[in-house]
Design a protein around this ligand. Structure first.
Ligand code: 13P
Ligand code: SF4
Length: 357
């Protein structure tokens, strides 16, 4: 039986009508003096993170994308790891995984362009089954999402009968469908404790699970998945930053190994890290996370010096202005979720969103 407000399998099986989009021409991408003038205020904002030599290439794309968005009734959701020309140039909503999932429930436009990785686009589709969700590069994956399958979760349920299964939002819809609830790095502790039991499974990010376990009495059973970006940071590297500058502030994402987080002054989700910098305004900070985020935050925090270790997420970096424009012109790549799993996967995401403090 479905709980109040939860979707039943029957509602999940209602297939949206296929939408037909009229073709549009690929816009001219010329950097004319008129365009340069029109785009000058935006360049003024991002000039410290986008070299002037790159701007004549980016500006026509940004202009064309923002015009086409209106024509297509589209909204662009961008993760904090997107590059500054996307984050500051074309995103309507930017944020961490939880914020993007929450914002996806409020979208009024009929088309969502997800500038992030595939599981994020799937989450948007789960929450907007009747809207068209596009991802500019369908190969934008995630090492965490790839580390576990639905069959693995079914096996875990057999191995640990009765133990709640929490899946990180960085998973496929198939994996979400097998779990009791989702979490992100910003609400994982709250969700682990919400069951009121003495042990839970928190999968697939081993390091996130270990970092959460340190903050609670609940036994957190992990899986051996890792983020290929955050696992590369080492405690030695962080100690070297402090040796070089004893006043430096270090903040780290909880997908980093616990020994790395232990060296940091603060640990939080990408938006948690951004808010921390805005609030505390450190003179010099190193954000131990994906590389583009420091650029994006630097734009709004000109008085903070960012030391930038550059670990790039190759999946996030598959998204570019060029393929965002292609998405809008050709209405591709459409993200769909098998209706047989969509209902249960949506439930896991909605339970997370609806969880009260
Ligand atoms: P958050 O934005 O939720 O902190 O997640 C980080 C991440 O790695 C997303 O892929
Ligand atoms: Fe996945 Fe890590 Fe890239 Fe995030 S940064 S999308 S967790 S591989």
């Amino acid at each position: 039986m479905a709980l109040a407000g939860e979707l039943t399998r029957e509602t999940a099986l209602v297939k949206p009508k296929a939408r037909v989009f009229k073709p549009v021409d690929m816009p001219e991408l010329e950097y004319t003096p008129g365009l340069a003038k029109e785009m000058a205020p935006l360049y003024e904002k991002v000039k410290n993170v986008i070299p002037s030599v790159e701007w004549p290439f980016f500006a026509p794309y940004i202009h064309a994308i923002n015009r086409l968005k209106k024509e297509r009734d589209a909204v662009i959701l961008a993760h904090n790891y997107q590059t500054p020309e996307i984050f500051h140039g074309v995103a309507d909503i930017a944020g961490d995984s939880l914020q993007l999932a929450k914002e996806a429930t409020k979208v009024e436009a009929s088309v969502i362009i997800q500038c992030g990785v595939h599981f994020m686009a799937e989450t948007s589709k789960l929450l907007n089954p009747t809207k068209t969700v596009l991802i500019p590069d369908v190969k934008a994956g995630c090492s965490l999402a790839d580390s576990i399958t639905g069959a693995d979760v079914r096996l875990l349920r057999e191995t640990y009968p009765g133990v709640p299964i929490i899946t990180y939002v960085n998973t496929s819809a198939e994996v979400k469908a097998e779990s009791d609830i989702c979490c992100t790095s910003s609400n994982a502790l709250k969700i682990v404790e919400s069951f009121g039991v003495d042990r839970v499974l928190c999968i697939p990010d081993e390091y996130l699970a270990q970092n959460i376990a340190k903050q609670t009495d609940v036994k957190v059973i992990a899986w051996k998945g890792h983020c290929e970006v955050h696992e590369r940071f080492t405690p030695e590297e962080l100690r070297q930053y402090r040796k070089d500058d004893p006043n430096i502030v270090i903040i780290a994402h909880p997908e980093c190994p616990p020994a790395v987080v232990a060296e940091a002054d603060f640990s939080g989700s990408t938006s948690g890290m951004i808010d921390w910098v805005k609030k505390n305004k450190p003179a010099r900070v190193v954000m131990v996370t994906e590389c583009s985020m420091s650029d994006n935050v630097a734009v709004e925090n000109p008085d903070v010096e960012f030391v930038r270790p550059c670990n790039l997420c190759p999946h996030m970096k598959r998204i570019s202005l060029k393929n965002i424009l292609d998405s809008l012109v050709y209405m591709r790549e459409e993200v769909t979720v098998d209706p047989l799993i969509a209902g249960r996967a949506r439930l896991a995401v909605e339970r997370m969103i609806n969880l009260k403090n």
